[in-house]
Design a protein around this ligand. Structure first.
Ligand code: UDP
Length: 319
């Protein structure tokens, strides 16, 4: 198949590109490098089945030739990024999704939307199943991301119902692994980078909020199973292994050698406003309809991720 990935130089997009190329498909990656990085795809230079186009998906989008699948991942998914760039966040979720849908329709391609657990907001139902409509504050700082993805889901379903476009929607829960951006401000990268630099791990507030972390290879596996299915309804993809942020900090502390302290920090900006208190996917739908469940234990995935950041940081120090 010939597959276009928006956000193809990003963390998840580049892992998807590797996996699809490995299965013999050809891949076109589109990215404006706002949060993606050329380093994530540099090993693909010279691969004849791979092409990179630097382009902002919120602008008119066209590629020559046939396309079988449009995988729309372009996004600013880190809370710190969307607080700094609220309007590009809204634009890529809304205008970017419209452009990507238009391209899929013009090519008669399958359209796959990367959505998010943030559509559930600060959830009042736990764990979150796909039929929960969520608890989102549209005018809060996270609203720019959450509402852009809710719009993206709505317009995807409109193209499906009105234009008969074949579509898939997957809701990604916290995912981690090599190629995350070291300065993306998320808990996984913050804690690992702090531990490797011998700095204290910054646990916001009392660390009692919960998340569950999915390793990137498990996520990619779920996305490809969804691609091969005929499931038009949204599907949660995440790891149901829930823990508090304090427990997560202690795990990173242990796996990096235990030398770093934990400090409780009360952020003075808006980064913890409307921060979901709990989050855990109900993955019954993915399990029943796709035969999918995550396989990689947290300690194994974190080990791989820590090795990646150790190499990256020592390379940066050497330069
Ligand atoms: N968090 C933290 N310390 C950090 C970064 C994040 O305690 O240095 C907390 C944050 O407040 C949230 C959780 O970790 O409750 C996950 O944050 P992240 O930014 O990774 O993404 P989110 O799951 O909120 O989208």
């Amino acid at each position: 198949m010939r597959i276009l990935i928006t956000g193809g130089a990003g963390f998840i997009g580049s892992h998807l590109a590797d996996r699809l190329l490995g299965e013999g498909h050809s891949v076109i990656a589109i990215d404006n490098l706002a949060t993606g990085h050329p380093r994530n795809i540099e090993h693909l230079a010279g691969n004849e089945s791979f092409r990179f186009i630097k382009h902002d998906v919120t602008d008119y989008l066209y590629v020559e030739g046939e396309l079988d699948v449009v995988l729309h991942l372009a996004s600013l998914p880190s809370p710190v990024d969307y607080l700094k760039k609220p309007i590009p966040t809204l634009k890529v979720g809304a205008l970017g999704t419209h452009k990507a849908l238009g391209l899929a329709r013009a090519k008669g391609a399958l359209f796959m939307l990367a959505s998010t657990s943030e559509v559930y907001g600060d959830p009042l139902v736990h764990p979150q199943a796909e039929d929960y409509w969520g608890n989102v504050n549209p005018v809060g700082p996270r609203g720019v991301y959450d509402e852009s993805k809710r719009f993206a889901e709505a317009i995807t379903m409109a193209y499906h119902r009105y234009h008969g476009l074949d579509t898939r929607i997957f809701r990604i829960f916290n995912t981690y692994g090599p190629r995350m951006r070291v300065d993306d401000g998320r808990v996984v990268t913050n804690f690992i980078a702090q531990a490797l630099r011998g700095q204290p791990l910054t646990v916001y507030d009392d660390g009692s909020r919960t998340r569950s972390f999915c390793y990137v290879s498990d996520l990619v596996d779920g996305i490809l199973r969804l691609l091969g299915s005929s499931e038009n309804e949204p599907v949660n993809l995440g790891n149901p292994n829930e823990m508090t942020i304090l427990e997560f900090a202690q795990t990173v502390q242990r796996l990096t050698g235990g030398g770093s302290e934990l400090v409780h920090v009360v952020p003075t900006d808006e980064r913890t406003k409307d921060d979901p208190q709990v989050r855990r996917p109900d993955i019954s739908r993915a399990s029943e309809r796709l035969g999918w469940s995550p396989q990689v234990p947290l300690e194994d995935g974190l080990g791989q991720t820590i090795d990646y950041f150790r190499a990256l940081l020592s390379h940066d120090r050497a330069r």
